[in-house]
Design a protein. Structure first.
Length: 314
């Protein structure tokens, strides 16, 4: 947006004549931008088709697999009575949890882990419902259909408002994230009213199974002695990266231009103005994925690409 001379207000984008060419109409501008999007899509598809399976899916699948393989080490470290091994266990479980629930759920919601729709559904249930204690149908609808379909469109895209507007900024940014592991399943239970009873029953079973497995492993593998200490450890590990998760979700969209539903620009213009790439960070690149950190614009333009492919096409 800087240096183009185009002004974008919070109310929306009014496509007017291009600088230096008073003959260009709004319709002509829209067609030109659609042509640019088509050209960009063609270039990206060439890169995707020339890439190996390892680049397209293998790198991200390997990261998720390594995270699963690290789980035993994390639970065993928590058996130690010494501070350093115990904290290492908390760190391992916290990073693994967010890798599975953020990166895994995000890729699964976009069916970016496999070309098969059937396996894509399986992975969505595993990562979103079993690991994240949320509902796959509502997560996919809210994120893929609404957030991606109406990014920064007022009243539609979920990035246009604060989730808990009654909280002040300090509580919202630094205290409320600690409650994310508690709020998430409660919100999921409320959203189950909007899905079919079979899907609701499946979601409820997966949520209970995922939470109970975590609780059981802490009791019987990590050796916790009381239910309260076990629940406290669950809260600690599940909220370890909740602060950067909330901050990333906020600062990628909030504060950028917002658009009225009847005056939103074309897709390439909307994604260029309403989405922000953040600086790379090794920990967040691993646990959240490139498409949520340094390649968020690329992800919104081409949401079916994996994290590694977003980085490659950038």
């Amino acid at each position: 947006p800087h240096g183009t001379g185009t002004e974008v207000s919070a109310e929306g984008w009014n496509p007017g004549p291009a600088l230096g060419d008073g003959e260009v109409t709004a319709k002509g501008t829209e067609k030109r931008e659609e042509a640019l999007m088509a050209e960009l899509s063609e270039l990206v598809q060439k890169v995707v088709k020339s890439s190996s399976w390892w680049d397209r899916r293998g790198v991200d699948i390997s990261i998720l697999t390594c995270s699963l393989l690290l789980l035993p080490a994390g639970f065993l470290c928590l058996r130690s009575a010494q501070a350093i091994p115990f904290l290492v266990g908390v760190l391992i479980l916290g990073v693994v949890h967010h890798t599975l629930t953020v990166k895994g759920s995000h890729l699964a919601s976009h069916n970016a882990l496999t070309e098969s729709k059937s396996w894509g559904k399986v992975w969505a249930i595993f990562f979103i419902e079993l690991c994240s204690a949320f509902t796959a149908e509502q997560a996919t609808y809210n994120h893929v259909k609404m957030h991606h379909g109406y990014t920064n469109v007022i009243g539609l895209g979920d990035s246009s408002t604060w989730k808990l507007p009654f909280l002040n900024r300090y509580v919202y940014l630094f205290i409320a994230p600690l409650a994310v592991p508690i709020i998430t399943p409660l919100v999921a239970l409320d959203l189950l009213r909007n899905v079919e009873w079979k899907a609701a029953l499946r979601t409820l079973c997966c949520m209970v199974l995922g939470l109970y497995c975590h609780y059981w492993l802490l009791l019987h593998v990590s050796g916790f002695q009381s239910p309260w200490s076990t629940l406290l450890c669950m809260l600690l590990t599940r909220s370890l990266l909740a602060h950067p998760y909330i901050h990333v979700n906020i600062f990628q969209h909030i504060g950028l231009p917002m658009f009225a539903p009847d005056r939103k620009p074309t897709r390439i213009h909307l994604m260029s103005l309403g989405v922000l790439n953040l600086p790379r960070n090794p920990l967040l690149d691993w646990s959240f994925g490139h498409s949520l950190i340094s390649c968020h614009v690329e992800h919104h333009l081409f949401p079916s690409l994996s994290d590694n492919m977003c980085l490659k096409v950038r």
